[in-house]
Structure formats: structure tokens, C-alpha cells
Design a protein around this ligand. Structure first.
Ligand code: ZN
Length: 579
């Protein structure tokens, strides 16, 4: 009994001493001084120094103010006038990312380059039973027409399957078709197309759910492969200045991979997860044979909900956080599968993956349970359906503040913009989608026609409508480096400076607006704006030091800007050799 009392006194004293000491003068571990700090905080937008204690920022101010609270053992970083911004947040990407054992076809802009990369990869990996890769674009092929013969010419003895950079279609070689048993007689599965030549032969191109016909024959990736990929891609992301990322279609099987990295103390990013929700008509991956029976559908959803409730308890941050689900309403413009009110130039209005009624019911169910719902919607009709469902859920449940999101929102009806604002829906857009490369100019814009193309991926329209806009990359699809993406949205030109004057330049936004979408708005999108996304006392010390002041240099210099230091929760996750 006495021992207990004694302990209690000691505990009380301890708390009091700690509290008094903290109020008087927190121990400052590190200060950053003599810089230009863009805080994103309206109370103090600019400063030249800040102090870090543990994982948090404890003070933001002038260099002399900050130096005055430092101790003898405080580490001092002299910024030499360099710019500091809050850590970049990517609100839509796909971790753990591509296997470290796949051929990377991003940026292969010619047929020769496409074939060379495949041939070299095959040569370097002689024992791999399947050759799998990703990242090609239509512009690499003659007349934008893909065909299995282009792969057969370099790899004929082993099966090959490589997906287009959007991931909504893929190209197989003849050997892969043979193994999968796909021939002229094979018919389309639900929600997918097997592309065929005029003579009826499969060309090797598979769209949407038809990809499953090939993918089901590819040996699955090992857990170790996922883990190694996660570690490598986290290093790359930290070097790009990313501190928080939002995983936009989490496969349930990958949670243990993230947990393993957390247990090993190797997480370099804060993750937010959103596993999938499916319509009654589609099976796993959107294509299988799940039931149309609504009773069974209800049971399936209940099972998901139960899992998701448990996950929400298990992963509540600050590094691994769960609380959102994602549905996919349509495909992409490039594949003509994004759902439009009016036909594409050349015909077709896309492939809807959900019926409105089913979508309303499902969204309302998750909304009622307090989950944030992300809906991939690219075409104007799909975006309209997403907004309808959010409106339905809010009315049916009497809920507000769920911060539901439309992912991509590439071609909205202009008349739908006020609905985003009034429903409190976030536009989760991808800055690099406005990069006017050959695919955008010769395929995307042409399929939409000028009326729709003129406001496609125009981030200005969301800003002007007062909508919260969180930027992401859709990595896997595009690179995740925020700096080239900021250049893209302020110029609407390629890194080479084309087209002169920019692609529909009315859609340009300022560097400052782009920074907000990559920092504060990303934190808002995961309900974390009170703990990060701006640099202010009490916030987590997630920040980036840049080699140039992107707020004042000419836009081409943004492309020459380097990330010098990335800090997550006070800990360095990347430091350039030049700093
Ligand atoms: Zn995505």
C-alpha cells in the first residue's frame, strides 16, 4: 500500500516537472534557419526559420527568434536562403507499386525503344517464365495501333504481357495468347473487350476486365517481391519530397507488407488506404461472375464492412491509416471506356461499371458507417453519377462532412462544378494528366473533341468554383515527382516547352495554388489538416528543402529544382549529397 502511494507521488511530480518545463521551454532538437519557409498557414504564410522537437514543429519565426529558443545541443541547419515547403502529399497513387522484377516501359516513345527494352529485359532475365511489364503508350505504335506482332518480333519463345500506362488495357504476344487459350472463337467477358482484327483474329490487346483472361495465367508475385518493391519505391518517393501518400485501391493482401515495414521501423511515408467496393454485377477485379442476386450482394457487402471496421480500428495513423473505400465507375478516355453523355469522336459513350441505384445504395451504406468514399469517375456522365450517389447518401442518412471524393474528375460537366462545392466533395485530380504529350494531343483530346477537351484536366475550373482539390499522381500510371507536375500545371506545356503558349492555357494555375493542392489539401483529404499539411507550431515536422525558390524562378527552372532534404516526423527520410 505504501509503495503505491509513493509511486503515485513520484508520478505526479514527474508530470508536473515535465509540464512546467514544456511550457517554459521545450527542448529543441533541431532548428532550420536563414531560409524562406512557405508554411501554407494563413496565420503566418512566410517565415525564415523553424524549430523541431521530437516529431513536431514547436516554433516558426525569424532566425533570431528561433535561435533564441535553441539549446547548446540543438542541431542547426543553415538553409542559406533556400525554400522550405510542407512535405508533399500525393492523394492518389498505387503502392507497393510495380514489381522490381518487371520491365518498365514508361517513356518508350517509339516502337524501336519499346522493342529494345523488352528484348534487353528478356536477355537479362533468361529464367523468368513470363515477362511482365507496364507503362507503354499508344503513341509508340504506328498509327496508334497496337498488335501482338510487335512483341513477337523480339520475344516469341516466352509469354509476354505488358499493360498500357493507365493499366486499363494490356498487350500480349502470341505465346501468351496460346497459353491462355484465347482465339478468334473467344468471346468478350462482361465489362471487357478482346480486340480483334478485321479477319477476327485477336490482336493481342485486351481492355478492362478482358485482361483477366491473360493475367490469370501469370504466376502471382511473392510476398518478398511486394516487400522489396515497397522499400525501393518508398526510397524513390522520399527522394522526390513525398511525406504522405494515399493508396487508391488497396488489395487486402498487401496490408501485411506495410505492417512488416512498420514493425521493422522502415516506413518513410505516411500511408492512407482505400480498399475496393464492387457493384453487384461485377466480380473481383471487375470482371468475374459475382451474383446479380441482391440478397447475396448484401451478405458480401456486410462481410466487407465487418473487415473494414476492424481495419479502421487497427490502422488509425499516424503512419498507417484506414478509413476510406474506393469504387470504380468507368475506365479512361484513351481507351474510350470513360462514360460520357455524348459520344466520343469516332463513336461510343464508354463502359459504365455501376448502375445508379446500386451505386446509391452502396455509397449510402458506407456513408452511414462513417467511411469516406472515393469514386473513380473520368467521363462527365460517370462524374455526374458519383455526385448523384453522394447527394443521395447525404439525404438518406442526414450526414455531412464525409469528404467523399471524385477520383480523376477529368471531364466534368461545367454545370456539375457547383455540386462538388455544395456537397463538400473533393476533386482528387492528377496534375500530370494535363501534360500535353503526344497521347494527350493525338488521342485523348481528339476523342473528346474541342468543346470537352478545352476544360479537360483544367484544374483552374475547380479552384474557381471553390472546391477542395487534392493533387495526386496516379503513380504507376505516371511518375510521382511533384516538381515536374507543378511545372506542368503552371505552364500546361511538356518539359520540352510544347505546345508553344500551352495546351488550353486558361486552365493554368499558380505555383502557390499547386503547392496547396500538394500539401494542405492532401492533408484535408485524409482528415489530417489539424496535424499536418502546413508548417505551424504543434504540427508534425513533415517538410522538404528545395534547391531553388520555385515561387519566384521562371517555370522552366522548376524542372531544374532538386529536393535537398525530406523530413517526416522530424526524421530525415532523404538527404541529397549536395546538402
Ligand atoms: Zn489510380
Amino acid at each position: 500500500m505504501r509503495r503505491h502511494i509513493l509511486l503515485l507521488v513520484v508520478v505526479f511530480l514527474g508530470i508536473e516537472i515535465a509540464t512546467t518545463a514544456q511550457q517554459a521551454k521545450p527542448h529543441v532538437d533541431r532548428i532550420l534557419v536563414n531560409g524562406k519557409i512557405w508554411t501554407g498557414d494563413e496565420l503566418r504564410p512566410l517565415a525564415d526559420a523553424l524549430a523541431i522537437s521530437g516529431e513536431k514543429i514547436v516554433a516558426v519565426g525569424s532566425t533570431s527568434e528561433i535561435k533564441s529558443i535553441a539549446s547548446r545541443d540543438t542541431a542547426v541547419v543553415d538553409l542559406g536562403g533556400r525554400l522550405v515547403v510542407p512535405g508533399f502529399q500525393d492523394s492518389h497513387l498505387h503502392f507497393p507499386g510495380a514489381s522490381v522484377n518487371e520491365v518498365d516501359l514508361h517513356g518508350a516513345e517509339t516502337l524501336k525503344e519499346f522493342q529494345t527494352r523488352l528484348a534487353e529485359f528478356a536477355k537479362a532475365h533468361p529464367d523468368m517464365p513470363w515477362i511482365v511489364g507496364n507503362g507503354w503508350g499508344y503513341s509508340a505504335f504506328p498509327n496508334q495501333t497496337v498488335d501482338k506482332r510487335y512483341i513477337d518480333a523480339v520475344i516469341a519463345d516466352r509469354p509476354v504481357y505488358v499493360t498500357e500506362r493507365d493499366g486499363h488495357m494490356g498487350l500480349a504476344n502470341s505465346k501468351a495468347l496460346e497459353i491462355a487459350g484465347v482465339s478468334a472463337k473467344t468471346s468478350d467477358p462482361p465489362n471487357g473487350h478482346i480486340m480483334k482484327s478485321t479477319s477476327g483474329e485477336p490482336t493481342g490487346e485486351f481492355k478492362e476486365a478482358a485482361q483477366g483472361l491473360i493475367e490469370s495465367h501469370i504466376p502471382p508475385r511473392s510476398k518478398e517481391d511486394f516487400y522489396q518493391s515497397l522499400l525501393q519505391h518508398m526510397d524513390e518517393a522520399a527522394a522526390a519530397g513525398l511525406t504522405s501518400v494515399q493508396e487508391a485501391y488497396t488489395s487486402m493482401g498487401t496490408f501485411p507488407v506495410f505492417e512488416r515495414a512498420a514493425a521493422a521501423g522502415r516506413l518513410k511515408l505516411r500511408f492512407h488506404f482505400a480498399p475496393g467496393i464492387l457493384p453487384a454485377e461485377a466480380g473481383d477485379g471487375g470482371g468475374g461472375g459475382a451474383p446479380k442476386d441482391h440478397r447475396l450482394k448484401k451478405q458480401l457487402m456486410a462481410a466487407d464492412l465487418e473487415d473494414y471496421r476492424k481495419l479502421r480500428e487497427a490502422f488509425s495513423g499516424p503512419f498507417l491509416k484506414f478509413g476510406a473505400v474506393k469504387g470504380v465507375l468507368d475506365g479512361t478516355v484513351d481507351a474510350r471506356t470513360a462514360v460520357m453523355f455524348e459520344p466520343y469522336v469516332g463513336g461510343g459513350t464508354g463502359i459504365p461499371f455501376w448502375e445508379q441505384d446500386d451505386l446509391n445504395r452502396t455509397v449510402a451504406l458506407y456513408d452511414q458507417e462513417g467511411f469516406q468514399v472515393l469514386l473513380h469517375a473520368i467521363g462527365d456522365k460517370a462524374i455526374n453519377m458519383a455526385l448523384n450517389a453522394f447527394e443521395y447518401a447525404a439525404k438518406a442518412n442526414g450526414t455531412t462532412g464525409r469528404r467523399h471524393r471524385v477520383e480523376h474528375a477529368e471531364v466534368p460537366l461545367l454545370s456539375d462544378l457547383p455540386r462538388f462545392k455544395s456537397l463538400g466533395v473533393i476533386a482528387s485530380t492528377q496534375a500530370m494528366f494535363a501534360n500535353p504529350d503526344a497521347t494527350v494531343l493525338e488521342n485523348f483530346a481528339v476523342l473528346l473533341g474541342p468543346d470537352r477537351a478545352s476544360h479537360a484536366d483544367s484544374f483552374k475550373i475547380f479552384d474557381d468554383a471553390g472546391i477542395v482539390q487534392a493533387f495526386g499522381s496516379d503513380w504507376g500510371v505516371f511518375a510521382f515527382e511533384p516538381l515536374p507536375a507543378i511545372y506542368c500545371v503552371v505552364t500546361r506545356m511538356t518539359p520540352e516547352g510544347t505546345p508553344a503558349g500551352g495546351w488550353y492555357p486558361a486552365g493554368r494555375i499558380s505555383v502557390e495554388a499547386a503547392l496547396r493542392h500538394f500539401t494542405r489539401d492532401g492533408a484535408y483529404a485524409t482528415f489530417d489538416e489539424d496535424v499536418r499539411g502546413t508548417l505551424a507550431p504543434g504540427k508534425l515536422a513533415d517538410l522538404v528543402v528545395l534547391s531553388k525558390d520555385i515561387l519566384s524562378v521562371p517555370p522552366p527552372d522548376i524542372l531544374k529544382t532538386k529536393v535537398l532534404l525530406t523530413v517526416v516526423g522530424g526524421r530525415d527520410t532523404y538527404r541529397s549529397a549536395d546538402f
